[in-house]
Write a new protein. Structure first.
Length: 328
């Protein structure tokens, strides 16, 4: 039975039950129950009259959604660190604060980055499939040989929280770490990382790790020109956002041997079609965007997003707000 005294909120996917219970205690909740993105037409219908929107990175929140919600909308809370799925300027123009979940997935994503780096460099997935296919008949000196991570030069594009966490891990591998960003980071020196321009990083690195956010400046940052600067043995790892890398240029570079391999936790689009040519290459490892996929991290993310949502419903400042100018 609907409680007309409570504000209405739309939650676009089922999250852990304790989080849903917290939301249900303070709001009349419209929950998309299916384990797939809420269809656009349903989102536009169900958001009407809502005071809060609890969204995922698969949900595009733009002017059309804001207009459909109407003046009742008080908060958009995104269960993600990134918010490229949200038109933040449009939300600000409507006076709607936008929340995200920064910091919570840093260490978990750094772990996954290292796992993907090692899996790609040492051909782990390919080797496992080799065994399953019954092709392991004896030990051969050069069979399935990969590249050493220890002692290599690793270039990090984006020395934010995750970039630093990855750099800390790589110090244990005695890697030479270089990085590029919009400007040098004073904390990077303590990690043994040296600042260089992007082109220099691409030319020098054995492994290139993408950790920058997706925005208008980084969309397509790694294209055909940049890939051509890399070593023919170099491996590209992307655990940030798919559109930062020109996927067709990457496919061409891999097919022609311009670079040695790629490990991708993110693609463009997501999910990548199962018949995409990238998935047919032995020197590519593709994962289904699982950088933050530990039970503890995803649960904490869900609670942080609920914190933002509930604060917005109460007219309080969001604990983690990406457009604080909305309070000006």
């Amino acid at each position: 039975m609907r409680d007309a005294t409570l504000p209405t909120v739309l939650v676009t996917r089922r999250v852990p039950q304790p989080v849903l219970d917290r939301i249900a205690a303070v709001a009349d909740m419209r929950l998309w129950e299916e384990d797939r993105p809420i269809p656009r037409e349903v989102l536009l219908d169900w958001v009407r009259g809502c005071a809060g929107l609890y969204s995922l990175l698969t949900d595009r929140v733009d002017e059309e959604v804001l207009r459909a919600a109407g003046p009742s909308l008080k908060v958009v809370s995104n269960m993600a660190v990134g918010y490229d799925n949200i038109d933040v300027p449009a939300c600000t123009a409507h006076g709607v604060p936008v929340g995200n979940t920064p910091g919570v997935l840093t260490e978990t994503t750094a772990d996954l980055t290292l796992a993907l780096l090692l899996a790609t460099a040492r051909r782990i997935v390919e080797a496992a499939e080799f065994v399953k296919a019954g092709r392991w008949v004896t030990w051969r000196p050069m069979e399935l040989t990969g590249q050493d991570v220890h002692g290599s030069t690793v270039g990090i594009i984006g020395m934010g929280r995750i970039g630093k966490a990855v750099a800390r891990r790589l110090r244990g591998f005695d890697c030479q770490i270089i990085y590029t960003d919009t400007q040098p980071d004073p904390e990077a020196g303590a990690l043994g990382a040296g600042y260089v321009e992007l082109d220099s990083l691409l030319k020098a690195s054995d492994f290139v790790l993408v950790h920058c956010p997706l925005n208008e400046q980084t969309r397509g940052l790694i294209g055909a020109r940049e890939l051509a600067l890399m070593k023919p043995t170099a491996v590209l790892i992307n655990t940030a956002r798919g559109p930062i890398v020109d996927q067709e240029a990457l496919l061409d570079a891999l097919q022609r041997g311009v670079i040695g391999g790629a490990g991708l936790d993110v693609t463009d689009p997501e999910p990548i079609p199962p018949d995409h040519p990238l998935l047919k290459l032995d020197n590519v490892v593709v994962l289904p965007h699982i950088g933050s996929a530990s039970v503890a991290t995803r649960t904490r993310m869900a609670h942080m997003a609920a914190d933002n949502l509930i604060a917005g419903l109460r007219g309080e400042r969001l604990p983690h707000c990406v457009n604080p100018e909305v309070y000006g």
